[in-house]
Design a protein around this ligand. Structure first.
Ligand SMILES: NC(=O)c1ccc[n+]([C@@H]2O[C@H](COP(=O)([O-])OP(=O)(O)OC[C@H]3O[C@@H](n4cnc5c(N)ncnc54)[C@H](OP(=O)(O)O)[C@@H]3O)[C@@H](O)[C@H]2O)c1
Length: 248
């Protein structure tokens, strides 16, 4: 019997990278899942790769109408949410002096506003025993060159979990942050100039105590722990899957 048998999970940004690996793992563990993303083609590919047990709902987490449509679909089909993995996120490299307003707005809209309203609009469908997983990053607690805007969004996520654990007191709903370190995904590779992806990954790996970057399946395994009742006494916490990068 799977560790998520009978549970209903929503994974934002479930068509790529960490979200897709987690979607596959949750279904393998018996959950019925809903995934979102802006790109319909990638969602179609993900549904095919995941197999039965998944419903894809196209949408942008920074658009409140899209979130309402997502949760209305979940309500109509499953009636409740046991696990919410607010994973959708993005960032781009720009040093202080070269940060433009449009990329600041986009990064905060998706990572901070998107996470906030994803959780807030999901809450009416959640009850005692529910688990909310926010996606942080090692960059939320360390300095990273040319990555301050993204890093600041992830520092905000860390405080969301601390404060929401208090707002949720008495509900039996838990909220924790899962913070990956450098993990091999299309999103991470997309930070590099074309042709320089390997050099970027090697640069990250050289700074990690375990000597390599992570695989999305390793982050998914931690998401599974936070989603399952194995973490029933954890709320307001941050759990790192980072090869030690932010721990030393
Ligand atoms: N990989 C790493 O090294 C690393 C490290 C620390 C933290 N993280 C965090 O982990 C999460 C997943 O990243 P990843 O590396 O797996 O990146 P990825 O492969 O680029 O996946 C990002 C996912 O988010 C979705 N997404 C982006 N903007 C969205 C929006 N506005 N509305 C809905 N969905 C949106 C993307 O789908 P669409 O493009 O189709 O919308 C995609 O499914 C992010 O929060 C990221 O910040 C990653």
């Amino acid at each position: 019997m799977g560790r998520l048998e009978g549970k209903v999970a929503v994974i934002t940004g479930g068509n790529s990278g960490i979200g897709l690996a987690t979607a596959k793992r949750f279904v393998a563990e018996g959950a019925e899942i809903f995934i979102t993303g802006r790109r319909q083609e990638e969602l179609d590919r993900a549904v095919e790769a995941i197999g039965p047990g998944v419903t894809a709902v196209q949408g942008d987490v920074s658009h409140l109408d899209d979130l309402e449509r997502l949760f209305e679909t979940v309500r109509a089909k499953s009636g409740r949410i046991d696990i919410l993995f607010a994973n959708a996120g993005l960032g781009n490299l720009a040093s202080l002096g070269a940060i433009d307003e449009a990329s600041f707005d986009l990064t905060f809209d998706v990572n901070v506003k998107g996470t906030l309203f994803t959780v807030q609009k999901a809450l009416p469908l959640m009850q005692a025993g529910g688990s909310i997983i926010l996606t942080g990053s090692t960059t939320g607690s360390t300095g990273t060159p040319a990555f301050s805007v993204y890093s600041a969004t992830k520092a905000a996520i860390r405080n969301f979990a601390r404060s929401w654990a208090l707002d949720l007191k008495g509900t039996g709903i838990r909220v924790n942050v899962l913070s990956p370190g450098a993990t091999e995904t299309p999103g991470l590779k997309g930070l590099a100039n074309v042709g320089e992806e390997d050099a970027l990954l090697e640069g990250f790996a050289s700074q990690i105590p375990l000597g390599r970057i992570g695989h999305p399946e390793e982050t998914a395994a931690v998401a599974l722990f936070l989603a399952s009742d194995e973490s029933s006494f954890m709320t307001g916490s941050e759990v790192f899957a980072d090869g030690g990068a932010a721990q030393v």
